[in-house]
Design a protein around this ligand. Structure first.
Ligand code: PGA
Length: 239
């Protein structure tokens, strides 16, 4: 599948003063992906100079219409974005997005020609209850489109996001193996080709271990993606 894909997610962080971080990422490598806030996407595309793929953190399920404050997938593509993240746990929680909502957004992203990162992951209560496979399996079944062309899955245990806690390498490998099996069962050879990212407190000092597990094709990185130094250190550790 090739080497690890490292995707940064700035969430609701970043003003114009942060654009030099993107330029520094682009100066160092040409294989990183970064999702800045909507407000910076146009300027980020310019700062990246084609060397960092810029994407959105969300999109609306419709291409256009009367949805005040929302941003569509064609609007992202129009700005030069190459991908969109859908179904992040913060949107599933804060915005009450359902699997059906996430699937509709994924379809909108595909229709706009974007690569689509579909996020799944269990809460701590769900893990403690032994429901990881039931939860993640349900999210995969409900959130993925019927054609996985251009789709990437991100496994992000909710309790590991922004907490400094991570699953053990064996736990990561177990869930990624489960996701792979579900993908192959549903999509056959195409499911074998879907990249599966791990996300949740990935840092320069744990990236090599987490990304070295079977079926881990890269990382979705939040807090540690805010500076070029940190994201570049993760990318270097992942090689
Ligand atoms: P974190 O966020 O790296 O800050 O834990 C990960 C994510 O939400 O994608």
């Amino acid at each position: 599948m090739g080497r690890s894909l490292i995707v940064g997610n700035w969430k609701m962080n970043g003003l114009a003063a942060a654009l030099p971080e993107i330029a520094a990422m682009a100066a160092a490598r040409d294989d990183l992906w970064l999702a800045p806030p909507f407000t910076l996407i146009g300027a980020a595309v310019a700062a990246a100079g084609g060397r960092v793929a810029i994407g959105g953190q969300d999109c609306h399920a419709s291409a256009s219409g009367a949805h005040t404050g929302c941003v569509s997938a064609p609007m992202l593509a129009d700005l030069g974005a190459g991908f969109v993240i859908v179904g992040h746990s913060e949107r599933r929680t804060d915005m009450h997005e359902t699997d059906a909502d996430v699937r509709a957004k994924a379809l909108a992203g595909q229709a706009a020609g974007l690569q689509v990162i579909v996020c799944v992951g269990e809460s701590e209560v769900q893990r403690d209850a032994g429901a990881v496979e039931a939860v993640v399996g349900g999210q995969l079944a409900g959130s993925l489109p019927d054609d996985v062309a251009g789709v990437i899955v991100a496994y992000e245990p909710v309790w590991a996001i922004g907490t400094g806690r991570t699953p053990t390498p064996a736990e990561v490998a177990a869930v990624h193996g489960f996701i792979r099996a579900r993908l192959v069962a549903r999509f056959g050879a195409a499911g074998q080709g879907v990249r599966i990212l791990y996300g949740g407190s990935v840092k320069p000092d744990n990236a090599a271990l987490l990304l070295g597990q079977a079926d881990v094709g890269g990382a979705l990185v939040g807090g540690a993606s805010l500076t070029a130094a940190s994201l570049l250190a993760i990318a270097a550790a992942a090689e």
